[in-house]
Design a protein around this ligand. Structure first.
Ligand code: NIG
Length: 392
């Protein structure tokens, strides 16, 4: 046995290629991994592996950390197929579609919202996603935002308050912001770790968002920003100035935005499935990496702008269309997401396979992570462990 950690242990042996995300290690050949309880207990050469309660021979397959999907909007009801069809026929994507989901979400019962969320989380888990952030933002009343936060907090790894998603129809923007910065934040604060804002034409401007971020920071919440999604604007600047953990989308960046990100701890979270579904250019991943910025890849799963839970699709797109190497894309979809959620360090870290990390493991039915881009669109997940328990 490995040591004095408690819990049943599982040895994954005969790993053909192991991506740990440990700096400088690269992909290890002929490796093994021991999970004990909820943690990784041992990583090394297969020939030197210790005994465990059970052994799983992965027969030369590739193993990597579970995907960390650091940006989703999964507390919702309703369907926007018609909007998607109109967009594919040439209509532009606008923030206005959010109101359709807000109306459907308010109508739905708690049970219906919880079941839809659980269904999407299970769909993601079957594809190798083991850590998910999700947001409120389709309620936009105190009661509906609190309900969304509560339902999300029951099942998601990370929950973010996005009351500043859109000014609800028929509401004065000033009074709505007063509500968001006061009563609404107070109502959700017990359920969420993060607050987010949507900084875009048609949503909220820099000053309005700065007000929300200050109010959230005053309550001890970490900050995130939706920025530069549909055009250049102040989103990245706002995020960096407020020390946000991430600025998400980053599709339209000026040189000053790239420099600001490179000189900060704010992660640029790129959402390629959203860029494609909204017929935007793909975010400048290569430019950001070359400048020294940290990037994450996430799905942005939501019924409007990006209805997919497939991190593998995001990775394949990043390699095939955005100029990343396979290793860079895999890192961004695992360790990069963990960094964006500030879960990359210490006991129980995610997005990494090292002793003491959370035992979140993704086994591909392929000999190498390269197959994620080499065989795009092919379901390659063979097995998944989350917190040491096999979930797929
Ligand atoms: O990240 N940008 C704002 N929010 C979501 C879109 C939500 C929707 O269209 O329903 C996004 O793309």
């Amino acid at each position: 046995m490995v040591g004095d950690m408690t819990g049943r242990s599982t040895l994954l042996t005969n790993i053909g290629e192991l991506t740990t995300n440990e700096p400088g290690l690269g992909r290890l050949r002929d490796a093994a991994l021991v999970l004990e309880g909820e943690r990784v207990a041992w990583v090394g050469e297969a020939a030197a592996a210790p005994l465990a309660d059970e052994a799983v021979d992965v027969a030369g397959r590739a193993v990597l950390p579970g995907w960390v999907d650091s940006h989703t909007h999964l507390v919702f009801a309703g369907d926007r197929t018609a909007e998607f069809e109109a967009r594919m026929a040439g209509a532009p994507y606008t923030a206005g579609g959010i109101a359709v989901t807000v109306a459907a979400t308010r109508e739905a019962s708690d049970e219906e919202l919880a079941a839809t969320l659980a269904r999407h989380l299970a769909e993601a888990a079957r594809q190798g996603t083991t850590c998910v952030e999700t947001k409120t933002g389709y309620g936009l009343t105190v009661a509906d935002e609190r309900r969304a936060a509560r339902i999300a907090a029951d099942v998601a790894d990370e929950v973010t308050f996005l009351g500043a998603h859109l000014v609800p129809e028929g509401t004065d923007p000033g009074s709505y912001l007063d509500l968001v910065c006061g009563e609404m934040l107070d109502a959700v604060a017990g359920y969420v770790r993060w607050a987010d804002v949507f900084c875009e034409t048609g949503a909220f401007d820099e000053e309005q968002n700065a007000r929300v971020l200050r109010a959230a920071a005053d309550r001890g919440l970490g900050l995130r920003v939706h920025g530069n999604q549909l055009g250049r604007g102040p989103g990245v600047r706002l995020a960096v100035r407020h020390g946000a953990a991430s600025v998400d989308h980053c599709t339209h960046l000026a040189d000053a935005d790239v420099e600001a990100l490179a000189g900060s701890d704010t992660v640029a979270t790129l959402l390629p499935a959203c860029d494609l579904s909204t017929r935007q250019p793909l975010a400048p991943a290569r430019r950001l990496l070359d400048a020294g910025a940290t990037i994450a890849l996430a799905t942005n799963a939501n019924p409007g702008s990006s209805y997919t839970t497939s991190m593998a699709f995001c990775v394949a797109t990043a390699v095939l269309q955005m100029g990343l190497s396979v290793d860079e894309a895999v890192w961004a979809a695992t360790a990069g997401g963990a960094r964006a959620l500030r879960r990359d360090a210490g006991d129980g870290a995610v997005g990494v396979l090292r002793v003491g990390a959370r035992a979140d493991v993704h086994v591909l039915d392929a000999p190498s992570v390269t197959h994620l881009a080499y065989r795009p669109g092919v379901p390659l997940t063979w097995a998944v462990w989350r917190e040491g328990r096999r979930v797929s």
